[in-house]
Design a protein around this ligand. Structure first.
Ligand SMILES: [Zn+2]
Length: 329
């Protein structure tokens, strides 16, 4: 296990806390999805709990404490997450955490709690959690992880030290993706990274799960609608069976790229540099203000995703608008 290259500076920062013996009682780790926040936090857990950490601060991986961590049975490590993906973290979960924290840590070093995604604590849970921050438990470090810090109550945020993971340098990430044997072709790696909105771990997932092929198929359908070879309602019927993330982002990215093409942007700056030729072709004679209207519709759609929206209707609305836009060209 090594530190992900774009996280090295944050790792050094965490190690400094430990070396200087001033590990914060609550640390809020923020940053976009797919940057490795949980990975960084896990490594810090090993670092704090390992009996014989390595010189670079990482856990040794084979002492009795590390083995307990690997087996997820270390008594001084508590992980709080929703019982089901997307569900809230409940007051029941936080109450049982508070109960556990009234006991002393079992070993002589730290006790660590990770709450991820922290913004999923509902109001009652967040209020109860405040108590953990106001009355810190003995030798306890709480790591809150979120990509949506604005959804956390200010009362919690203000009581945490912050560590904000920034979007990494593209060159570092491209080099890392190549090391993972993602693709030998630079252009494809670049495309993956663009589709993953700059998140290296997401790009790696996309490379392994065939997302690029699916994206290409969907884009072909998008062209077919523009050329009136396929009917928007039929495509909507196919698309509503696909996971809306990342599909909604892909559609949005085509529209943004078409807008950029109207401004003669360089391929490097597009989300889909590999589709530049087709996107440029599509954007020709297209009214910029119509493209912006379509973009607005995508923003509204993204907000609607959290509601009980009928996906068939949602895609029909987008695709019919796209169809009409091309008719009036
Ligand atoms: Zn160890």
């Amino acid at each position: 296990m090594s530190v992900l290259p774009w996280l090295q500076q944050y790792w050094d920062h965490l190690c400094d806390y430990k070396i200087q013996n001033r590990v914060p009682q609550a640390l809020l780790i923020t940053g976009n999805k797919g940057l490795g926040k949980q990975h960084l936090a896990n490594q810090f857990v090993f670092s704090l709990l390992c009996a014989k950490p390595l010189d670079n601060g990482l856990g040794c991986g084979h002492c009795d404490r590390c083995l307990l961590l690997n087996a997820e049975t270390h008594p001084d490590f508590i992980q709080i997450r929703p019982d089901e993906p997307g569900k809230a973290i409940t007051i029941g979960q936080i109450r049982s955490l508070i109960n556990r924290l009234t006991l002393k840590p079992q070993f002589e070093s730290y006790r660590v709690v990770i709450i991820n995604p922290a913004e999923l604590m509902n109001n009652a849970a967040a209020n109860a959690f405040l108590k953990c921050l106001e009355e810190p438990a003995e030798r306890t470090v709480i790591l809150l992880i979120t990509d949506k810090p604005s959804r956390l109550p200010a009362t919690i945020v203000s009581r945490c030290q912050k560590l904000s993971v920034a979007k990494p340098d593209k060159e570092i990430v491209l080099a890392w993706l190549k090391q993972q044997n993602v693709e030998t072709l630079q252009s494809n790696v670049s495309t993956l990274l663009g589709l993953a909105q700059g998140s290296p771990l997401q790009a790696l997932d996309y490379a392994n799960d065939g997302s690029l092929t699916l994206r290409n198929d969907c884009f072909q359908a998008w062209i077919d609608i523009a050329k009136q070879r396929k009917h928007p309602v039929n495509i909507a019927e196919n698309w509503q069976k696909l996971p809306e993330s990342p599909l909604i982002f892909w559609i949005t990215s085509w529209i943004i790229d078409m807008i950029k093409c109207c401004y003669q942007t360089k391929a490097d700056w597009l989300y889909n540099p590999d589709l530049k030729k087709q996107l440029q072709e599509l954007s020709k004679q297209m009214e910029l203000k119509e493209l912006f209207k379509l973009y607005d519709l995508m923003l509204i759609t993204q907000q609607r995703l959290n509601t009980q929206i009928n996906k068939q209707t949602m895609y029909e609305e987008i695709l019919i608008k796209w169809f009409e836009l091309n008719l009036s060209k």
